[in-house]
Structure formats: structure tokens, C-alpha cells
Write a protein that binds this ligand. Structure first.
Ligand SMILES: Nc1ncnc2c1ncn2[C@@H]1O[C@H](COP(=O)(O)OP(=O)(O)O)[C@@H](O)[C@H]1O
Ligand SMILES: [Mg+2]
Length: 366
């Protein structure tokens, strides 16, 4: 059986001051996977990346790259390269010299350095600025230079720490696409750190959600979005309507929760939860539709009531804000023509409805 490209086993990091930055991190990454790490600032993303790169020691646990234990292997001997948020470009060196630097440190023969540097310049379309210095480069060129410097060492795993943080939204989107294409083309593993959930979801083959040093969930983007397994993920990812209650019934992968809106059903993510314990009903707002309050739900639908508080129309779309009877608000995207003439003005009572299999029942550990 082939080894994983990257394997973390109960990885733990305690900084000298006593901060537990990472705890019990287990992860197995296949060759060529694009893995995103996402979570709020301070949750341990950078620390984990630095441990993989060998820039930070491991307090306990194991870290393997292609089956080889990395304990005691220094940074420059690891098959990794790191792209930092600020790029760390040397301002006094040209683009070409910046790219060559990592190979010179590794004492490669001059002809080999030249060959690899020129190939990188071509691959990342830096020919026009090969002799320029950082000060005269655009944001996109700096980004490509940072990539060229990492890739020229021919890493097995590229580690990217919020590499797009400094770019404006449009450039960010086009570089996201370039990065995906580059990664497929190189067929090496990317570990991509971001605090932006939309970026993590659009880039990753799988997404690792971190919170306070721990892994909350590791899933493919669609599963993460539609089937959160923890309260934190339900709140952090997507646009979910979350209704609190107590578990009333379980069976065959489904569950029902008693809420102040009555009994609501959904797919259960944990069969360990016991009846009577706190649970959340999580409904992606994309699956919620607006109906007249006195209409009858279809078979397999669940329904809750609220009052319209506002409508924003943007072209053919309409965003309807509804205050529910638990005082929470939700914003439902719909089409202008779907609500026209249906009496859905502010103050009107409405029913929010969804197919119960779209809802996920998550144990609420508090
Ligand atoms: N060099 C350090 N020394 C002590 N504590 C640190 C150090 N670097 C980070 N931390 C702490 O470790 C935790 C995780 O930080 P970090 O890995 O940088 O998170 P993220 O990249 O997700 O924002 C935070 O509480 C942070 O303050
Ligand atoms: Mg960080």
C-alpha cells in the first residue's frame, strides 16, 4: 500500500509560554490533493503549516511525509516549500535572483540552477520582469514570483499560508483559478491556509475546519456546506438557519428535534446522541422557500413561521428578511417574480419551508 503524501497523527503543539496552539490533529492526505485549512484567526493554522515545513518543533504526535517520519529532519531537507502571506521577497534582488536563491542555498550546480530558473520564469510568465526588483512588480507578479521561488525547489508538498490575503477581490479570484490549474498540472499536494470560508470551499478537494487548536471537521466542500457535523461548523460555514431544541427521536440515520416551532426532522450526523440531549436543526438557507402561512406543507417538508421585516431587490433577485418567532432573523434569496403578488410585504406572516432531508441534526455540546 502506498504511503500517504502527508500524515499527521495526534499532532500537538504547546508554545514555551504554555499556549496550546494545536491539539490532537489527525490528517491523511493523498498525493496530489488540494487541502484547505480554514478557521478564525488564532486557531492554529499557521502553527500546523510551520510544523509540516519544519519551521516549528512538534510537542508530541507524529508527522510523516510519504511515509517517512520527519522528526529531526531540518526544513531544507524536507520535500516542502512554503509561500508566506507577505511573500518574503528579497527587495534588493531581481526576480531571477530571487528564484535562484533557494537553489543556491542548496548548492545545486550552476547549469542546473539556470535551467530550472528559466523554466520557472516561463511557466509563471515572469519573462518581462525577470530583471526587475520587487518595488516595480504588480500584486499578481509578486504572487507569481513567490510561487516560482517555492516551486523551483521541486517540492512534493507546497504549503501556502494565506497567500492571497493582500490582493483585491478580482485579482484574488483570477489567481485562485490559476493556482488550481497549476496544482493539477504539477500534480503535487497543496496545503492551502485561509481564514475565508468561500476561498477554502472553492479551492479545496477537501477542507479542514479548525477551531481553537482542534479539527472540527474534514470533508469535501459540498459535504461541509450541506452536512456540518459540529455547531461550530454549522455557524462558520455557509448560510445556515440554526434552530435549537432537544433530541426527541432517533433512528436509521435520521432524527427529530423538539423545538419551539414544534418537531423538526433531519439527517443525523451522530448516532451517539441520546434522546433528551440538546441538539441543533441546521438548514442551509439555500434550501428554504417562502410560502403563504396558511398553505399546507407537502409530504416530507418541515415548516416554521415568521414575519417579513424587509425585502431588498437586486435585479431579478429578491432578498427577503424574516424574523422568526424565536426572534432570530433569516435572509432568504428568491426570485422577484416568485414573490410578486403574494402579499409578502413587511409585516406579513410567512411560512419557511424545506424538505426535511435537507436539514442536519447536530448534537449541541454547548
Ligand atoms: N511563536 C509563538 N509563541 C507563542 N504563541 C504563539 C506563537 N505563534 C502563535 N502563537 C499562538 O498560538 C495560537 C495559534 O496561532 P496561529 O497558528 O498563528 O493561528 P492562525 O494561523 O490560525 O491565525 C494563537 O493563540 C497564537 O497566539
Ligand atoms: Mg496564520
Amino acid at each position: 500500500m502506498a504511503a500517504y503524501d502527508l500524515e499527521l497523527v495526534k499532532l500537538r503543539k504547546v508554545y514555551p509560554g504554555g499556549t496550546v496552539a494545536v491539539e490532537g490533529f489527525d490528517l491523511q492526505v493523498e498525493r496530489g490533493e488540494f487541502i484547505s485549512f480554514v478557521g478564525p484567526s488564532g486557531c492554529g493554522k499557521t502553527t500546523t503549516l510551520r510544523m509540516i515545513a519544519g519551521l516549528e518543533s512538534i510537542t508530541s504526535g507524529r508527522l510523516m511525509i510519504r511515509g517517512q517520519d520527519m522528526t529531526g529532519v531540518p526544513t531544507e531537507k524536507r520535500p516542502t516549500a512554503t509561500i508566506f502571506q507577505n511573500y518574503a521577497i528579497f527587495p534588493h534582488m531581481t526576480v531571477r535572483e530571487n528564484i535562484a536563491f533557494g537553489l543556491e542555498v542548496r548548492r545545486l550546480p550552476a547549469a542546473e540552477i539556470r535551467r530550472r530558473v528559466e523554466a520557472m520564469i516561463e511557466k509563471l510568465e515572469l519573462g518581462d520582469v525577470a530583471d526587475a526588483r520587487e518595488a516595480s512588480l504588480s500584486g499578481g507578479q509578486k504572487q507569481r514570483l513567490a510561487l516560482a521561488r517555492g516551486l523551483v525547489t521541486e517540492p512534493e508538498i507546497l504549503l501556502l499560508d494565506e497567500p492571497l490575503g493582500a490582493l483585491d477581490a478580482n485579482l484574488r479570484r483570477s489567481i485562485q483559478e490559476e493556482l488550481k490549474i497549476l496544482q493539477r498540472d504539477l500534480n503535487i499536494t497543496f496545503v492551502f491556509v485561509t481564514h475565508a470560508q468561500s476561498e477554502a470551499l472553492s479551492m479545496g478537494d477537501r477542507v479542514v475546519v479548525m477551531n481553537a487548536g482542534r479539527v472540527e471537521q474534514i470533508s469535501a466542500p459540498f459535504d461541509l456546506y450541506t452536512r456540518p457535523r459540529t455547531p461550530f461548523v454549522a455557524r462558520f460555514i455557509g448560510r445556515n438557519k440554526i434552530i435549537e431544541g432537544t433530541l426527541a427521536e432517533t433512528g436509521a440515520g435520521t432524527a427529530a428535534v423538539q423545538t419551539r416551532f414544534g418537531r423538526l426532522r433531519g439527517v443525523a450526523v451522530s448516532d451517539a446522541a441520546t434522546v433528551g440531549s440538546p441538539a441543533l436543526v441546521v438548514v442551509p438557507s439555500e434550501y428554504v422557500k417562502l410560502e403563504a402561512p396558511d398553505s399546507t406543507p407537502e409530504e416530507g417538508e418541515d415548516s416554521i413561521a415568521g414575519t417579513v421585516t424587509g425585502i431588498d431587490a437586486v435585479g431579478p433577485l429578491a432578498y427577503v428578511s424574516v424574523r422568526l418567532d424565536d426572534r432570530q432573523s433569516v435572509r432568504i434569496e428568491t426570485h422577484r417574480e416568485r414573490i410578486a403578488g403574494r402579499g409578502m410585504e413587511p409585516g406579513a406572516r410567512v411560512a419557511l419551508r424545506w424538505r426535511s432531508e435537507r436539514a442536519t441534526i447536530v448534537p449541541d455540546m454547548g
